[in-house]
Design a protein around this ligand. Structure first.
Ligand SMILES: Cc1ncc(COP(=O)(O)O)c(C=O)c1O
Ligand SMILES: [Zn+2]
Length: 405
């Protein structure tokens, strides 16, 4: 395996006021409160690296170090995350779509794509001297940060909703870090993490409160481009909460275009949310530039519970610029879709990603997606973490029966 060369990180840029700052100082958000994103010197990188150079690199997200913020490979905290497969889906052909694939993030450590954000986030924060983080999440990010913080030797405090699926609570707790749960609205978790950070000199690594998590999730986009032979799909369907993954994939395609490694139009981005917490769908369909905070949240446990994503304006801009779409689906329909894909393809999707299948079916029926288009859905995690939502009812073999017909 060839070692990758260094990072081309050049500065941080604020998504709200546009101000740029040095990437080498520890900073959560911009002075104006806006989310910071990493920027790279793609012009210099163009001359230093060709896309063919990646071929001999390790099969993890760290194959893209030039486009990642970590400066010294000694700080990399890894459990082998990334380079997950893109699998053709028979479900597509069964529904009149000839070229449907699924990016299977369930194969990551901790069973979800949150491992990408945690690996890059913990690595970079550790490099910048952080010794203690606090993270509140709807579940999967919390356990990923618990695991990667342990791996990286930093302390973590994890704050999860009381009804987070058991595997997420168990995995967090088994790391030995402090785990807290809370009842009520998800925005409470965010507030609790912020006040904990202030009182305990911990770094708050909540969604879009720091610039590095999205860089990890960006690698999904880098991989999709590379795995499709340096082409972009026509449509990407993403189950959205805070939007880190969607912005990451969009950012990846843009950086690859700047590098001259990708050409042409960006895919149309489609987002799917549960009906019981769909602030982005509501804002998109009513033509607004930002979300009204969602009141009562009524969704299945797990992700997709972001009542007002911090960078809602950027997500909505991406949807509009790419000619995308936003669709809300019921939890029951998402669970049914998970069962369907299990039967058609043997892939146990998480219910959050089940929403993408329901959305896609609607878009096929309405003609918004054409049968010959290249479509990629993101399965953000394994359904195994949600097994309790699918109670098994096997055929029981009675005592004394030793032969099956
Ligand atoms: C399984 C799963 N899918 C999707 C999401 C949404 O993630 P993002 O913040 O990228 O919108 C989450 C976030 O909690 C999640 O756990
Ligand atoms: Zn700013």
């Amino acid at each position: 395996m060839a070692a990758a060369s260094g990072s081309f990180l050049s500065h941080l840029a604020c998504t709200r006021c546009g101000r740029t700052t040095s990437p080498h100082l520890l900073q959560g958000v911009c002075d104006c409160g806006g989310t910071l994103l990493c920027r790279y010197d793609t012009e210099a990188m163009r001359h230093a690296l060709k896309r063919e150079d990646l071929k001999s690199r390790e099969a993890s997200l760290w194959r893209y170090t030039e486009l990642l913020p970590v400066q010294d490979p000694a700080h990399i905290v890894t459990l082998g995350e990334g380079f997950t497969p893109i699998l053709p889906l028979r479900w597509g052909a069964q529904h009149g779509l000839t070229d449907l694939s699924l990016k299977d993030e369930g194969l990551n450590p901790t069973g979800t794509f949150k491992a990408r954000g945690a690996s890059v986030g913990v690595s970079r924060l550790r490099e910048l001297g952080v010794q203690r983080v606090v993270v509140s999440s709807s579940g999967n990010a919390g356990d990923a940060w618990a695991v990667y913080s342990r791996r990286g030797g930093i302390e973590a405090t994890i704050i999860l909703p009381q009804d987070a699926p058991e595997p997420m609570l168990v995995e967090s707790e088994l790391t030995g870090h402090d785990l807290y749960t809370f009842a009520g609205h998800n925005s409470r978790g965010g507030r609790l993490a912020k006040s904990f950070a202030e009182n305990h000199q911990a770094f708050c690594a909540n969604t879009f409160q720091e610039p590095y998590r999205v860089e990890g999730k960006k690698t999904m986009g880098l991989e999709i481009a590379e795995q499709l032979g340096w082409r972009m799909p026509d449509v990407v369907v993403y189950p959205i909460g805070g939007g880190v993954g969607l912005i990451g994939i969009w950012k990846a395609f843009n950086e690859l275009r700047e590098l001259g490694w990708l050409h042409g139009k960006l895919p149309r981005f489609v987002i799917a949310q549960y009906e019981g917490c769909a602030p982005l769908v509501e804002a998109f369909t009513s033509g607004k530039d930002s979300c009204t905070p969602w009141g009562e949240i009524d969704t299945l446990p797990g992700g997709l519970r972001a009542p007002k994503p911090l960078v809602d304006f950027l997500i909505l801009q991406i949807l509009r610029e790419t000619g995308g779409m936003a669709i809300a689906v019921s939890g029951d329909d998402a669970l049914t879709a998970v069962r369907e894909v299990m039967v058609s393809d043997g892939i146990f999707m998480c219910p959050e990603a089940g929403t993408t299948i329901v959305a896609l079916r609607q878009l096929l029926q309405s003609g918004w997606v054409q049968p010959d288009e290249k479509v990629v859905v993101i399965n953000t995690g394994t359904g195994l973490k949600y097994a309790s939502l699918f109670p098994a009812s096997p055929h029981h073999i009675a005592d004394g029966v030793e032969e099956m017909r």
